[in-house]
Design a binder for this molecule. Structure first.
Ligand SMILES: CC(C)(COP(=O)(O)OP(=O)(O)OC[C@H]1O[C@@H](n2cnc3c(N)ncnc32)[C@H](O)[C@@H]1OP(=O)(O)O)[C@@H](O)C(=O)NCCC(=O)NCCS
Length: 183
């Protein structure tokens, strides 16, 4: 398991020089170099980078934006499952969420637990509760990466996207909140 405490975690800012980054996915490399600052400027996503201070390169990054998990009449079974964990008088047609818009670990740091540690970090940060209510984490997971999210406790929102290039998955932060209370 990689020790991520040796990396510097920084929110991307407009004037931050972009250090090199290379992961296995070309689109995710391009997002960081060409688009992440535009999303920031338009207030549509905030990107966070883990800098390797020894190599002066970005080891991993993720970006976050507000989202909602909303009732879909075509996926009633899954909606009932979600609602089972929510108090009767607090049940709604949609719930506040945060979306992991992008998550990428550089090739030389991949498969050593980095991605999972990042997801645990996001889970803890949002479960602690901060400025706004947020019950779920969502992600549009690349179809060939869904196993990674499954291993990190994410579930599928619908079976209707089973053949799509990405699948909508969610994680209930209430579980983490309960764990934090126990510690
Ligand atoms: C996918 C990615 C974020 C995973 O991060 P990582 O640090 O390599 O993953 P971890 O080491 O935390 O892996 C945790 C588990 O998920 C599995 N896993 C990792 N990447 C996977 C993948 N692409 N497909 C299926 N399973 C994967 C691992 O085998 C591991 O399982 P194990 O505990 O049984 O060994 C990273 O490999 C990456 O950035 N890949 C390229 C970009 C990408 O596809 N991003 C996802 C966009 S949705």
């Amino acid at each position: 398991m990689i020790d991520i405490s040796r990396f510097d975690l920084r929110p991307l800012t407009a004037d931050m020089p972009l250090l090199p980054f290379c992961c296995a996915d070309k689109d995710l490399n391009e997002f960081l170099t060409q688009d992440a600052k535009n999303y920031l400027e338009e207030m549509m996503a905030v990107t966070y980078v883990f800098i390797d201070p020894d190599k002066q390169q970005i080891a991993a990054y993720f970006s976050l934006l507000n989202d909602k998990v909303a009732y879909d009449p075509q996926s009633k079974g899954i909606w009932n499952r979600i609602n089972r964990h929510i108090h009767n008088n607090k049940r709604r047609r949609s719930y506040p969420s945060v979306k992991v818009g992008r998550l990428a670990v550089g090739e030389e740091y991949a498969n050593s637990g980095f991605g999972s540690i990042i997801l645990d970090f996001i889970k803890r940060e949002y479960a602690k509760g901060n400025r706004a209510g947020c019950r779920f984490i969502t992600v549009d997971a690349y179809r060939d990466v869904t196993k990674f999210y499954e291993k990190n406790g994410f579930e599928y929102f619908t079976t209707l996207d089973i053949l799509d290039s990405t699948r909508l998955m969610y994680f209930d932060l209430k579980n983490v909140k309960e764990q934090l209370k126990g510690n």
